[in-house]
Design a protein around this ligand. Structure first.
Ligand SMILES: [Zn+2]
Length: 123
């Protein structure tokens, strides 16, 4: 499961950061999860339980903030949420990475991140 290796590196970097401070417990970890990462929310929660086991993060609450895709068009400077293709054959609707105004390819400005936003710690 891809989520476990991603979560393992997140937990590792958080623990490394915590080593620099006097922390007895982490109450909550806020994690931004971009839609384009294709990482499943439930799988990430499950992975967190596995990889935090036996560490300072064991028992901490993981809050996942989902980040929808936002795009910017270099052609007409449209900026906003990506369009959606809804297809009955898919369980999820599919983001469209072209401009809703001029149909040119766009840059993705949001939705790619998978990162820790904040930690609530007890000292
Ligand atoms: Zn455009």
């Amino acid at each position: 499961m891809h989520e476990v290796s991603v979560m393992a590196s997140i937990v590792e970097s958080v623990l490394k950061e915590l080593e620099k401070h006097q922390v007895s417990k982490v109450e909550e970890i806020e994690l931004i999860l971009g839609e384009l990462t294709r990482l499943g929310r439930e799988q990430m929660e499950f992975a967190f339980d596995i990889v935090s086991n036996g560490t300072l993060l064991e028992g901490s609450r993981l809050s996942i903030i989902e980040e929808p895709i936002e795009i910017r068009c270099p052609n007409c400077s449209f900026e906003g949420p990506a369009g959606r293709l809804e297809d009955e054959g898919f369980s999820h609707n599919i983001p469209v990475l072209s401009c809703p105004d001029c149909s040119k390819p766009v840059e993705v400005i949001k939705g790619k991140s998978c990162m820790v936003k904040s930690l609530k710690v007890l000292e």
